[in-house]
Design a protein around this ligand. Structure first.
Ligand SMILES: NC(=O)c1ccc[n+]([C@@H]2O[C@H](COP(=O)([O-])OP(=O)(O)OC[C@H]3O[C@@H](n4cnc5c(N)ncnc54)[C@H](O)[C@@H]3O)[C@@H](O)[C@H]2O)c1
Length: 258
């Protein structure tokens, strides 16, 4: 099964690196036009360069955009949809931030920062894109396995991702009358900059990361971003036509084991 996206057009947030970049590359390789957005303009430039080299036949645009800025998002979405001559078929909300802190030390400002991007960003982008999404379109939201397990020091992040999974269900209910499917995906540890950003630098951090994966998952390695991208492309494709409101726990068996 190839999960083709031929002729579709897809908006992706957090496309400047990691899972977002891998998703943008795979979506393009499967034949879709792709609007890549991120606050990281340099990362975006590299994503666009890679897609142009790998998938020269598809349309690709990179737009620096903060996913929490509704007015800017509407402007970018409208401009690109008009230029491409039609509404989008899909939105993938990948942008996110992480914070590691014991719950007893978490301040309201920490919570606001993490929830603003991880929950607010997907809310704002869904609101901005939905009016320019075709009936029968798809939204995929990247949650996290931490939404289901009480990881030490990751409670604020996990709470934001649990709320993210909840909004996937709520958006699925609200947009069902237009035939729009809304799905979540909850990865475990993925081989990107994000998990390393909360580890000590160098070999010690790698050792701790590997130990955490071995302790929590049945598949005792980090997922590659390309593996997450493949699952997202399945959810975006017609092969997933009966899936909505669900979050796929893409966690190497962590939720089965704990
Ligand atoms: N890597 C993991 O282990 C893992 C596990 C579970 C879930 N996730 C989730 O996957 C998603 C992608 O993470 P990643 O691992 O690729 O990390 P990453 O740090 O490489 O990617 C996150 C991207 O989001 C962008 N971003 C942050 N704030 C933004 C904003 N306000 N507006 C627009 N873009 C913004 C960043 O610039 C970055 O490019 C995140 O939502 C993350 O929470 C990651």
């Amino acid at each position: 099964m190839s999960h083709t996206l031929d002729g579709k057009s897809v908006v992706i947030t957090g496309a400047g690196g990691g899972i977002g970049r891998a998703t943008a590359q795979l979506v393009a390789a499967k034949g879709a036009s792709v609007l890549c957005t991120d606050v990281n303009a340099d990362g975006l430039k590299e994503t666009v360069r890679l897609i142009q080299a790998e998938s020269p036949a598809v349309q690709v645009v990179g737009e620096a955009l903060d996913c929490t800025e509704h007015g800017a998002a509407v402007e970018v979405i409208t401009r690109c949809a008009d230029a491409w001559g039609g509404d989008f078929h899909a939105l993938v909300n990948v942008a996110g931030v992480i914070m590691a802190k014991p719950l007893m030390e978490v301040e309201l400002a920490d919570l606001e920062r993490v929830f603003r991007v991880n929950l607010g960003g997907m809310l704002v982008m869904s609101q901005a894109v939905a009016p320019r999404l075709t009936d029968g379109g798809v939204i995929v939201n990247v949650s996290s396995s931490t939404a289901r397990s009480a990881s030490p020091s990751l409670a604020a992040y996990g709470a934001s991702k649990a709320a993210n999974a909840y909004l996937s269900r709520a958006f699925a209910a609200e947009l069902a009358e237009r035939g729009i499917r809304v799905c979540g995906i909850g990865p475990g540890a993925v081989d990107t900059a994000m998990p390393r950003s909360i580890m000590p630098p160098g070999a010690e951090g790698e050792r701790l990361l590997e130990a955490a994966v071995a302790h929590t998952q049945l598949i005792k390695r980090l997922a590659q971003p390309e593996e997450v991208a493949a699952a997202i492309c399945f959810l975006l494709s017609d092969d997933a036509s009966y899936i909505t409101g669900s979050t796929l726990w893409f966690d190497g068996g962590a939720s089965a084991a704990h």
